[in-house]
Design a binder for this molecule. Sequence first.
Ligand code: PAF
Length: 284
Amino acid sequence: MKISESISDLHQFLQQHASKTVALVPTMGNLHQGHLDLVERARQLADFVVVSIFVNPLQFEAGGDLDNYPRTMQADVDKLEKAGVDVLFAPDVKEIYGADISKATQVIVPVLSSLWCGTSRAGHFEGVTTVVNKLFNIVQPDLAVFGQKDFQQLTIIRKMVNDLNIPIEIVGVATRREEDGLAMSSRNGYLTTKEREIAPKLREVLLSIQSSILVDGERAYTFIAEQSKEMLNSEGFKTDYLAICRQSDLQLASENDTKLVVLAAAYLGKARLIDNLVLDVQPS
Ligand code: PAF
């Protein structure tokens, strides 16, 4: 596997493979099986796979966990080599943003970026869309692969690509879970042993919403969401939000909507866990 830390080196290498289709898997490192699923999908869909590892300061809030974000480069390199990745692009902050990140041009997807995670993490999605746009321009892949665990992020990236006519196919990959249902995430490492036992309840609450809607035919979405929040809080979470939304624009769903997604974020000790559940409801 080729490792490039600079854009010019990456470009030189990519030029040698100009006839191949290229898939990009953007990551912030600290790789787990969920990331490797993205790589596997990328390998199925393209001749050549580029993975980026870049802990993007622009998507962390001031005073957030940027400094403590786990950096595990050697272990990540080993995993990517085993997974058959062709190039790892691992630039530093200056390579991506130049000398002064505070003056960097930003790409903003309005409205969607200020909902849900965007409310509690001001500026987060603006940081994501900016860096993803830059990575797209640097790598110029045919397709890019993202996890469905970050459902809002995936929705925003799809909108950006559509709005800006970016000629890249966006591929979403199902969330990889631990045996007890907890969605894999770099942030699970922040959980204490006790919190780790409680963490799968987040998924369980989402599944019980699924059953209320699909099996019991409940349609009082605001009430279901409120009850579910209380349930999570009583288990020891501090729920940031739990909302039953339309898949298309992530606004609160009404009774007549059929393509739904339940979005949730909840703190458990130091960890902020997110999860979601996509639901297709029969029209009434
Ligand atoms: O999902 C992530 O790991 C990041 O938000 C991404 C897409 C790599 C952008 O920094």
